[in-house]
Write a protein of this length. Structure first.
Length: 362
């Protein structure tokens, strides 16, 4: 299973530009609504300095980063939940993702049209979030009707799901996102098959320039995101697109001149990884050093299956070395001698930075 983060927003806010920055690809960018109809999908590597450190110690021939998928979804407009602007199709595209990157335009430019004529980030966020809420309302109401038709007095699972959905419907009726309902983990699992849009973890990406007005807009987004406990990442999309087209020397020179500390795209990739609740484990060898993304809380048998189904079918045990121990002692035999080398079974919960070696028999 791939880990997918959908890029959403109104038309002409910079979604396709952002997608090109992330993927260094060629997504269509144009000054009119619905330039993107079919979603563009790009696999984006997650930079992790630990890979380079491991590869240096074992003198590995190849480094393979973890990756996540970013999906450039066409712009939503008011009425999308009722089919406006091919809205139902685009909302279904979002429903297929695991997390959301919501791009908001925070700059004025007479050469780039705004679908509602005037740049107002707070209103733009309200439009998108309202369409997500309305779409979830329809899904929730439909699911409730179906469950109530098949209810059996002794079926406690169905009755529990109905209770949760009734609570969700009441919340959505107040035009509130489900992520503010504080459902517990068990409740979320029971309704996970419905893939509610307003339950998906979200980051706000503010497309800014260096004007005071842009910074004023940015502060509005921080206020909105704080109430949802969502992260905000500012980015000057056109500037970063220019930067990634430069060679390494030109890029460093430009960033020094304009005092740019780091590329915002790295923050977006990192935050996307966090939103998806992923951790990284490593396989280390002379042929390759590789980072594997996996859901936080996964067991060693699930990690084994991530690498190859044979590893999980014939699982015997897993050998674990902690990243920090490997970096400190730089030698597997030394790590064994001092008792830092661990043998675990199939129910061991993989930790971020674990270096694993699966023993199996098929």
């Amino acid at each position: 299973m791939g880990f997918k983060c959908g890029i959403i927003g109104l038309p002409n806010v910079g979604k396709s530009t952002l997608f090109n920055i992330l993927t260094k690809g060629n997504s269509a960018v144009a000054n009119f609504p619905f330039c993107t109809i079919k979603p563009n999908v790009g696999t984006v590597p997650v930079f992790d300095e630990r890979l380079n450190n491991l590869a240096e110690i074992v003198v590995s021939k190849k480094i393979i980063n973890a990756s996540i998928e970013f999906i450039d979804i066409a712009g939503l407009v008011k009425g999308a939940s009722k089919g406006e602007g091919l809205g139902n199709q685009f909302l279904n595209n979002i429903r297929e993702t695991n997390a959301i990157a919501h791009v908001i335009r925070c700059f004025k430019d007479n050469n780039i049209t705004h679908v509602y004529d005037k740049v107002q980030p707070k209103r733009d966020i309200d439009i998108i979030n309202t369409e997500l809420i309305l779409s979830d309302f329809d899904v929730c109401e439909s699911a409730l009707l179906k469950l109530k038709k098949k209810i059996v007095s002794k079926n406690q699972e169905i009755k529990k799901k109905i209770e949760i959905l009734e609570k969700c419907l009441k919340h959505l009726t107040q035009c509130l996102m489900l992520k503010t309902l504080n459902l517990n983990l068990d409740e979320q699992i029971k309704i996970s098959d419905l893939r509610f849009l307003t339950l998906k973890p979200t980051m706000y990406i503010a497309n800014i320039n260096e004007t005071k007005e842009s910074l004023f807009f940015l502060n509005q987004i921080y206020d909105i995101a704080e109430k949802e406990h969502s992260p905000v990442i500012p980015i000057s999309a056109n500037l970063e697109l220019d930067l990634i087209k430069m060679n390494e020397i030109e890029q460093k020179s430009f960033m020094n001149i304009f005092n740019i500390k780091s590329l915002a795209l790295n923050n977006i990739i990192k935050e996307g990884y966090n939103l998806l609740n992923l951790i990284t484990f490593f396989t280390v060898g002379i042929k390759e050093v590789r980072a594997w993304p996996i859901l936080n809380g996964s067991t060693s048998i699930q990690a084994a299956h991530k690498i190859h189904s044979d590893f999980s079918k014939g699982f015997i045990r897993v050998q674990i070395i902690k990243y920090n121990d490997f970096i400190k002692y730089r030698n597997e035999l030394k790590i064994k001698e001092i008792g830092k080398f661990r043998i675990e079974g199939k129910n061991y919960h993989i930790k971020d930075g674990d270096i694993v070696n699966f023993l199996f028999n098929v």
